[in-house]
Every structure is written in structure tokens, then in C-alpha cells.
Design a protein around this ligand. Structure first.
Ligand code: SF4
Length: 73
């Protein structure tokens, strides 16, 4: 089941268009969103760092613009 936040998550859009980042979309957005650090922060209503990647340990590589925060529904 895909992540229910996909339409609100600006990182999701960027993951799908950047070949180096599509692995995150496959591993988290498409079926493992319950493991996504961003999803978990939203679930507990915490702020999500703009450049936080789904594994929670990685940040966007230098040179790639950080996405805007999650859009409000
Ligand atoms: S990055 Fe995380 S919160 Fe964003 S769409 Fe993917 S699984 Fe959902």
C-alpha cells in the first residue's frame, strides 16, 4: 500500500524524479511508509526536517535543494 501522505509530501515528488533517490521511493513510499522517519514524525505531529530522508539517518546530498515542508491537507 502506498504512503497516504504521498500527495502532501514534497520529498515524495523529488524522490520520483531523481534517479539517485528513487530507491527511497521504492523502499518506503510505495510499500514501507510505516518505516519512514518522515511519516513517523508526521504521525506524532512533530516537525519534519526539510532534508530528512525516509531512513532517518540520511539527509539529501549536498547540491540538491531541500524540499518544502509537508503541504497542509
Ligand atoms: S517520504 Fe515518507 S512521508 Fe513522504 S511519501 Fe514517502 S513514505 Fe510518505
Amino acid at each position: 500500500m502506498p504512503c497516504p501522505l504521498a500527495k502532501r509530501c514534497t520529498l515524495h515528488d523529488q524522490l520520483g524524479t531523481r534517479s539517485a533517490l528513487t530507491v527511497w521511493q521504492t523502499l518506503f513510499c510505495d510499500s514501507g511508509f510505516d518505516r519512514c522517519a518522515r511519516y513517523r514524525l508526521v504521525a506524532v505531529r512533530s516537525a519534519v526536517p526539510d532534508d530528512l530522508l525516509p531512513d532517518g539517518r540520511s539527509r539529501l546530498p549536498p547540491g540538491l535543494a531541500a524540499p518544502a515542508p509537508l503541504r497542509k491537507a
